[in-house]
Design a protein around this ligand. Sequence first.
Ligand SMILES: C[S@@+](CC[C@H](N)C(=O)[O-])C[C@H]1O[C@@H](n2cnc3c(N)ncnc32)[C@H](O)[C@@H]1O
Length: 300
Amino acid sequence: MSDIIVVKDTKKITAVQPTENALFGMDVEKLLDTLPEEPIFDLVVTSPPYNIGKEYEKKMDLSRYIEWQERIIRKIYPRLKDTGSICWQVGNYVSNGAIIPLDFEFAPIFKDLNMQLRNRIIWHFGHGLHTKKRFSGRYEVVLWYTKTNKYTFNLDPVRIPSKYPGKRYFKGPHKGELSGNPLGKNPEDVWEIPNVKSNHIEKTAHPCQFPVGLIERLVLSMTNEGELVFDPFAGVSSAGVAAIIHGRRFWGCELVDEYIDISQKRLQDSLDGTVKYRPVDQPIYDAKQSNLSKAPEEWK
Ligand SMILES: C[S@@+](CC[C@H](N)C(=O)[O-])C[C@H]1O[C@@H](n2cnc3c(N)ncnc32)[C@H](O)[C@@H]1O
């Protein structure tokens, strides 16, 4: 018996409690239209379809795409707690070889809702397509918005090792004392986290998953234990893995049955402590260790 509730019938939506882990196999607008307008979400984190023609999306005109996304964000807003955050992770829309950064397009939606942008987190990764007529794209953006100024932000659980932990004050009343925090430093707003490609430990059948580590940092800093994380475009629920391994609850919504099945297994494995993932603090692989990093004889 799975501890993860799977709901595909809209009539059963309102029976699900915010204290339960649930997957909704349906169109997210149907889910949101059925949910009471009560603030239950502590963190909404997602990477929506980018409208770039992936196998699970139908490419639409950019203005129609943004209107659709705006409708969804407006339906999420009243269901977000006052202490809550929305993290909308986006890349570029590409039209005729020209890029349109989607964060530009989303910003007016959140501004109109009077939400506060706290960070534009740059997620930098090492692998992807090599483009010929512009520089290859190697980052995406997490737009972190809060609903009010009373938002949850816990820095200590996400601190990273300081560069100079032995540094001391060299003058003033604390002269000679250590100046850093023993828990480490603020991880800043540029994050180097490998993307999920073919031999990544988290790889599933989904063509573009979040790395769990990216969401771990958001979950740990923006929610407390037992709180509810929601991903409206859950895919294979990488956000849910990050939420559950850190003692939060998760609700995910996803249209494709195959992804719901994979999600259910990953979330159950997360509850059981057997899920495979790459923790955010795992050091980045040093490519120089590979023989492939040496220039071939033919090039010498
Ligand atoms: C970029 S992917 C998300 C991947 C996810 N972050 C993960 O780590 O697996 C977007 C997902 O949204 C789903 N989707 C697209 N339109 C949807 C809709 N109207 N309602 C619910 N899910 C939808 C797609 O099937 C796809 O899996």
